[in-house]
Design a protein around this ligand. Structure first.
Ligand code: HEM
Length: 394
């Protein structure tokens, strides 16, 4: 592998971060030099070390999701106290336990096949005919299809409906772009957020009544969670599961191309799990995780005070291990920090990994490498990604 190709990959990744959110890009650049933990004016504590980051994620008593700085604070403003308290309460553990079987490796394989198999087969067919495909667009449609299926919303609609679901989630998440310094939403932002949520959840009442027990909304009904909470959790799933999944998929495809390492994967498809892990480590689609400091604490010798906020720069923490390397072993310090850690560790991790692996398989199903014909970064989005990444057989 030449130095040049590593540089290409790094340059493209940096462009994605910049176009998504110039403030975040600047913070990530500055944080190269701040050490494992630093206090940044207006923002709070910034953590770049993977082991310290995991310590924060595992200490639920000290570092919480509710309160200024935590994402639970945003949910409270949107769906009320019940949803806000959900993240830190007993209900959270209960919901996770009751939903666990929907997110196992086996369930993930079935779900991805059911929701995405036909679209992926069509994509493979287009490439076999020498045609081009926009991986970014496909990943958005596939993300929408996956979440709709998991929730129990209608799964038999045209692609445009799922593009719409994805776009609504993206618009809602983008409202959080201005919340790096404070998670208090201004009244006009809150009104816009409610409008988007209303559109996003129009199908939820029907699905809540009728969806099968093997869907999330069916489970919500069986648990007696009530419609408002079901709407909140459906929105949470759209926010958590679409943009991150599409970003992880599209950027892994680009990284394999830009580093030239797709050739190693073509030669040895046994490297797929490694390629997926490295793609997620380097792309880190959730580049920042925020927490509220609920009580005074010492972290690596620094005195954190109740009421402070902490920003875990997962992107910096996971990229410390070096550039994308398809044969790199599992990095023990980093573990799977791109999926968070502790009680809120990403519920959809197996689903996310499976869908990326299936996309790589579809792109290489011709037995030939793919080349990127054109690409465009997404602008002003919470999760950095490509608006478009068009590939065709090389
Ligand atoms: C590459 C793709 C993905 C990445 C990088 C990712 C990352 C994350 C991270 C970092 C968290 C923890 C946030 C925090 O602690 O504040 C999280 C939580 C979550 N993710 Fe994912 N995610 C991905 C895909 C998905 C998918 C596909 C689904 C659903 C199908 C999903 C469902 C969830 C849910 C429900 C939570 C909340 C868990 C809780 O609070 O207990 N994620 N994800």
């Amino acid at each position: 592998m030449s130095r040049m190709t590593d540089d290409d990959a790094t340059r493209h990744e940096a462009r994605l971060l910049w176009h998504a959110n110039p403030g975040l890009f600047a913070l990530l650049e500055a944080a190269r030099h701040t050490g494992p933990i630093a206090r940044v004016p207006r923002l709070g504590w910034v953590v770049t070390d993977p082991v310290l980051a995991r310590r924060v994620l595992n200490d639920h008593g000290t570092f919480t999701m509710g309160g200024e700085g935590g994402v639970g604070h945003l949910w409270t403003q949107l769906f009320g106290d019940e949803m806000g308290e959900f993240f830190g309460g007993a209900r959270h553990a209960e919901v996770r336990t009751r939903a666990r079987d929907l997110f196992t490796e086996d369930a993930a394989r079935d779900l991805v096949e059911r929701a995405q198999g036909a679209h992926l087969a069509q994509l493979a067919g287009q490439l076999a005919d020498g045609g081009s495909v926009d991986v970014a667009d496909s990943a958005r449609v596939l993300g929408g299809r996956l979440v709709a299926d998991l929730l129990g919303l209608p799964a038999d609609r045209p692609d445009d409906d799922y593009r719409g679901l994805f776009a609504a989630g993206e618009r809602l998440a983008a409202l959080a772009l201005g919340t790096t310094a404070s998670t208090e939403l201004a009244p006009d932002l809150l009104e816009r957020a409610h409008e988007i949520v209303d559109g996003l959840t129009t199908g939820v009442p029907d699905a809540y009544r009728a969806a099968g027990p093997d869907t999330l909304l069916g489970r919500c009904r069986e648990m007696g969670l009530g419609l408002p909470m079901a709407r909140g959790l459906a929105t949470l799933l759209v926010i958590a599961g679409t943009e991150t999944g599409a970003s992880g998929t599209t950027r892994t495809v680009a990284l394999l191309h830009d580093t030239g390492q797709q050739h190693a994967l073509l030669r040895d498809p046994g490297l797929t799990a490694n390629a997926v892990r490295e793609g997620l480590r380097v792309a880190a689609p959730a580049p920042v995780i925020g927490r509220h400091v609920a009580r005074d604490a010492d972290l690596a010798g620094r005195a954190l005070r109740a009421g402070d906020r902490v920003l875990l720069l997962t992107y910096r923490a996971t990229n410390g291990a070096g550039p994308f390397e398809v044969t790199r072993d599992y990095v023990p310090e980093t573990r799977q920090l791109w999926f968070g850690g502790g009680r809120h560790l990403c519920l959809g991790a197996a689903v996310a990994r499976t869908q990326i692996a299936r996309m790589l398989g579809a792109l290489h199903s011709t037995g030939r490498p793919y080349r990127v014909v054109s690409r465009r970064a997404a602008r002003r989005v919470l999760v950095p990604s490509y608006a478009s990444l068009v590939v065709k057989p090389a």
